[in-house]
Design a protein around this ligand. Structure first.
Ligand code: AQP
Length: 334
């Protein structure tokens, strides 16, 4: 890889990818591949921090790969592979488990959310997941990490771990401190049913999200049922402060049409939300259904998808092994 700017990011193969993954992460991945050296990973080791049915996991790894390609990632420009096929991720994660501090992990809010009320029953993997994420990034000495806002805290931890490693082993600048690349306009797409929660694959109600494989009819139904507001669209953004569902619909429309939210509000002020919903449905169908159709098409070509992952693994392994050799040396592992 020629330039020093290296992008790394991952997506968990835990089922249907949705509009939040698409706008918060995938679209960013695609635009970055034009300017930087990019490594995109299907993070299957992260997925198993919560039990996954084995056959389902295999299918999901291929489906996530298909979604990468259908969203516009190009395997000739970016390295695309699955995490478990490069064993360096697990090895570096162990090393970083010994660098990271329990107090740091205790502050991670995503663990608190995902483990729920009975934390004793959560897997140890779920607890130390942020250390594995740090290993994913630092294994390639990545400098930039495109993520949704929900991953900001984990990325800050990766920076802390990199900094401590550099200090402990007296090797200033050995690991670069990775920068988050968080979408300015729409860093967090919210649930269509509850605007205070992020749109998520694991939310029970399918009406809470737009899946990338949804048909035009499903998109239409979901937007029609989406919560908005009984009052008309206001003329200033401040009035939307306590109306998270309405703000979310306007944000999504703003992102998809590439118009600022202020411009949209000024054009739609005084109109009912049904008006916005009709327009939003149309732009969503135009943007999402071609991606869904391409995913379905690619899923019929499993050996092609496996081959993409195999080639990506070979490229990723070369970088990982070279970096690991230096990491082992720094620590004194012979
Ligand atoms: N709602 C969202 N808005 C913006 N970005 C989002 N991302 C996820 N949800 C949103 C970003 O998508 C990337 C891949 O996420 P992931 O699938 O690896 O994990 P996640 O964040 O845990 O996604 P989900 O949908 O919430 O999955 P479950 O329900 O399985 O936990 C990340 O960059 C993430 O920020």
């Amino acid at each position: 890889m020629s330039s020093k700017k290296i992008v790394f990011s991952g997506v968990q193969p835990t089922g249907n990818l949705h509009l939040g993954n698409y706008l918060g992460a995938l679209k960013n991945f695609v635009s970055l591949q034009k300017e930087m050296n990019c490594i995109y990973c299907v993070v299957d080791l992260h997925a198993i921090t919560i039990f996954q049915k084995p056959r389902q996991l295999e299918d999901n790894v291929l489906e996530t790969t298909a979604t990468f390609l259908a969203s516009g990632l190009n395997p000739e420009k970016s390295i695309i592979f699955n995490q478990s096929s490069v064993s360096g991720h697990a090895e570096l994660a162990w090393i970083l488990n010994c660098v990271s501090r329990i107090g740091w992990l205790n502050r991670m809010t995503q663990f608190k959310d995902k483990a729920g009320s009975d934390k004793e029953k959560a897997s140890v993997g779920l607890y130390i997941y942020p250390n594995l994420m740090a290993a994913d990034i630092l294994l390639y000495k990545a400098t930039h990490v495109p993520v949704g806002a929900d991953q900001k805290q984990h990325l800050e931890l990766s920076r802390d771990i990199a900094q401590k490693f550099n200090k402990d082993f007296n090797c200033e600048n050995f690991f670069p401190l990775p920068e988050p690349l968080i979408h300015k306009n729409i860093s967090r797409v919210m649930s269509l049913r509850d605007g205070t929660k992020k749109m998520s694959k694991s939310e029970d109600s399918d009406y809470s999200r737009i899946n990338l494989k949804d048909s035009a009819d499903e998109i239409k139904k979901k937007i029609k049922k989406a919560k908005s507001d009984s009052e008309p669209i206001p003329s200033d953004i401040k009035s939307l402060q306590n109306k998270p569902e309405a703000l979310n619909l306007l944000n999504i429309y703003s992102e998809l049409t590439k118009n600022s939210i202020e411009k949209i509000i000024s054009e739609m002020a005084g109109k009912e939300y049904s008006n916005l919903k009709t327009k939003l449905t149309e732009v969503l169908i135009n943007e999402i259904t071609p991606v869904g159709k391409e995913i379905q098409k690619l899923l019929k070509e499993k050996s092609y998808l496996k081959n993409i992952l195999k080639k990506g693994t070979e490229k990723a392994n070369i970088i990982a092994e070279e970096n690991l050799k230096n990491i082992r040396e720094k620590i004194g592992l012979i």
